[in-house]
Ligand binder design. Structure first.
Ligand code: PEP
Ligand code: CO
Length: 466
């Protein structure tokens, strides 16, 4: 990764340059913000964060923009994946490792299937804040503030736990530092070795009920590796096969946190939100005149914006104008999350209009958030088949328009949870109670995630041969 040197001098806007500042969002209406009970403590926590070092460097964010620019041009594919909400109670090295391992495994399968590089972006090292459809939650006549992610409060149902605590902003930063440190060590220290990741995939195939049907793809990858060796490429010494770029992302929801970590790059004079390489605007905070759009418009990071089933083509174009006025490939990613039943009807006009307006955006499919249902036991869940069906619809629409279906965005965990229904192990409603640990949305477990990657690969192969 490029290490760009930072200075923290105050740089005065050159004439004609924008007057945007990290705090500009404060004069716009901000949805989904916690009601901080103590403004003095909030100011202290913000000051603490502002004094701490950046988590990522501007140069790294620029590298990601360049890689996403290739996705926008149809020359790379984006895999964005990780937890719905990271937890302060789960900072163990093993769980971070398992999530990374899974994303690497999926990306090898997708690289082979797409024939292009896969840009890997984790929902990790900062994904600690959640938008909620209700501000309050009532249980047995007791009403408390909703849980908004560990950056804000705790999920336990009691008054103290639910009270927003601004020092949690600093806690989120600290856990992100630890997580990112481990990710950097893993991805540059040999853990991401291609041969090793392939061996993990072979293990999945050998030990999974449905894995056998993927033997062919895995064998083809093995043959491709053998072919390279036969051509004289020494895989053991090929640097690019031993390490990989891995980027971080989260929803830029709590703007006090994002503002405090926004720094001016001494090389370019541009502002970067140094809390992550990429940040996104959620479905509930994408109002054109709202604070989140005002914030994202001014940072130079690559940014993403969710588009749900109510999004119109005009809204998408207006967002693109605002967030990508210079029409920079890789600057803006639209993450559509429309639901399996609606994707085919809703997506086409949006893609068409944005393309006609000349914005070279990345199109990626979040097949999770439009397909959440409530099981009979009251648990939130998602059907593996619906997830796959939305991805299919997404590919079909892009194929018919001649645009590049640029990626997938999924919620997953490396552990053996039972939160989503179906998949290779056919998890049923009765199994949901076995190991349901998500604090927020239901995630794919490791086997379901690999199953998904292989199924998407088959889909892409079928498309290519069609
Ligand atoms: C999320 O990605 O966890 C999320 C809340 O998504 P959305 O904004 O699309 O609902
Ligand atoms: Co979610």
């Amino acid at each position: 990764m490029n290490l760009i040197h930072f200075t923290y001098d105050l740089v005065v806007d050159a004439p004609g340059q924008s007057t945007w500042e990290p705090g500009t969002w404060r004069s716009a209406p901000a949805a989904q913000q916690p009601t901080w009970p103590d403004p003095v403590e909030l100011k202290k926590a913000e000051a603490r964060l502002a004094a701490l070092p950046p988590l990522v460097f501007a140069g790294e964010a620029r590298t990601l923009t360049a890689q996403l620019g290739k996705v926008a041009e149809g020359r790379a594919f984006l895999l964005q994946a990780g937890d719905c909400a990271e937890s302060f109670h789960d900072v163990a090295a093993d769980s971070i490792r398992d999530k990374l391992k899974l994303i690497l495994q999926m990306s090898v399968v997708l690289t082979y299937a797409t024939g292009v590089p896969v840009v890997k972006v984790g929902r990790i090292a900062g994904q600690f804040a959640k938008p909620r459809s209700q501000d309050f939650e009532a249980i047995d006549g007791v009403e408390l503030e909703s849980f908004r992610g560990h950056m804000v409060n705790d999920e336990a149902f009691d008054v103290e736990a639910r009270r927003p605590d601004p020092w949690r902003l600093v806690g989120a930063y600290q856990q992100s530092v630890a997580t990112l440190n481990l990710l950097r060590a893993f991805t540059k220290g040999g853990f991401a070795d291609l041969a090793r990741v392939h061996a993990w995939n072979q293990e999945f195939i050998a030990t999974s009920a449905e894995g056998l049907r993927y033997t062919q793809i895995a064998d083809e990858i093995a043959r491709a590796l053998a072919f390279m060796e036969a051509c004289g490429i020494d895989l053991a010494r090929e640097e690019t096969l031993h390490q990989t770029d891995f980027f971080t992302s989260h929803e830029a929801l709590v703007l006090n946190y994002e503002e405090a970590l926004t720094r001016r790059d001494s090389l370019t004079g541009d502002w970067y939100d140094c809390s992550a390489h990429l940040v996104w605007i959620g479905e509930r905070t994408r109002q054109l005149d709202g604070a989140h759009v005002a914030f994202a418009a001014g940072i130079a990071n690559p940014i993403a914006c969710k588009l749900g089933p109510s999004a119109t083509a005009q809204e998408a174009v207006a967002l693109a104008e605002r967030l990508d006025p210079r029409r920079t490939p890789g600057r803006l990613t639209f993450v559509t999350r429309l639901g399996a039943d609606r994707v085919e009807a809703v997506l086409g006009p949006i893609v068409d209009a944005v393309r006609d307006a000349g914005h070279p955006v990345v199109w990626t499919c979040d097949p999770m958030h439009g397909n959440t249902i409530t099981a009979d036991n009251g648990k939130k869940t998602r059907r593996f088949d619906d997830i796959l069906r939305e991805i299919r619809g997404f590919f079909a629409v892009h194929r018919s328009l001649g645009t590049w279906a640029g990626g997938v965005h999924v919620e997953l965990t490396g552990s053996d949870v039972t939160e989503c229904l179906g998949g290779a192990e056919a998890i049923g409603e009765a199994d949901l109670d076995d190991n349901y640990t998500s604090m927020c949305d239901p995630r794919l477990n490791a086997r379901q995630s690999l199953d998904l990657a292989f199924q998407v690969s088959e889909l892409l192969r079928a498309e290519r041969s069609a």
